[in-house]
Design a protein around this ligand. Structure first.
Ligand code: AIR
Length: 174
């Protein structure tokens, strides 16, 4: 597959790739995409499975760096090997997001992802929506140093979060 000719969200040239093992992961990964957009980080999105489409997985990892991708957010559930398999074929940092599962609540995905043997790191986030959002914020933290625009948007994001948190008065809501 030609990964050059893909839709880029929030700009002309993707800096981050969001990759998920199945379309069924999108409801949670959509939060990563939304957050990257809010932080001014152009990105691309693909369904790629380490098990169902292994060749596509290798092609993606091998093409990422030369296409300018600076971080990959990889999400999968169950035997969640996608981030580790991608990380094996690229030097681009891979951030793993374990997906919740009905059988084990996502603990299966988390352990599959987090227990990487030394030499091939995956930065594993928390399970589901929280991990998806944190993966995007983590990208912004990695990129803020080189981009005043991302730094500014990250600061605004954090300030808004703090403001909303401090304003909470759940005892007054009906
Ligand atoms: N998956 C897909 N290929 C390998 C793995 N581990 C994961 C998907 C999804 C789960 O299997 O990331 O979380 C179930 O996929 P589906 O397509 O059956 O809904």
């Amino acid at each position: 597959m030609n990964f050059e000719k893909t839709e880029v969200v929030g700009g002309d040239k993707a800096l981050v790739g969001i990759v998920m093992g199945s379309g069924s992961d999108w409801p949670e990964l959509g939060h990563a995409s939304e957050t990257l957009l809010a932080l001014g980080i152009p990105h691309e999105r693909f369904v790629i499975s380490a098990h169902r489409t292994p060749d596509r997985c290798a092609d993606y990892a091998q093409s990422a760096k030369k296409r300018g991708i600076r971080a990959i957010i990889a999400a999968a559930g169950m035997a969640a090997h996608l981030p580790g398999v991608l990380a094996a074929s690229t030097s681009v940092p891979v951030i793993g997001v374990p997906m919740a599962t009905t059988m084990m609540g996502g603990l299966d995905s988390l352990l599959s992802m987090v227990q990487m043997p030394k030499g091939i790191p995956v930065a594993t986030m928390s399970i589901g929506k929280h991990g998806a959002i944190n993966a995007a914020i983590f990208c912004a933290r990695m990129m803020a140093h080189d981009s005043p625009d991302i730094e500014e948007k990250l600061e605004a994001y954090v300030a808004k979060m703090a403001d909303e948190s401090a304003k909470q008065q759940p005892w007054n809501s009906k």
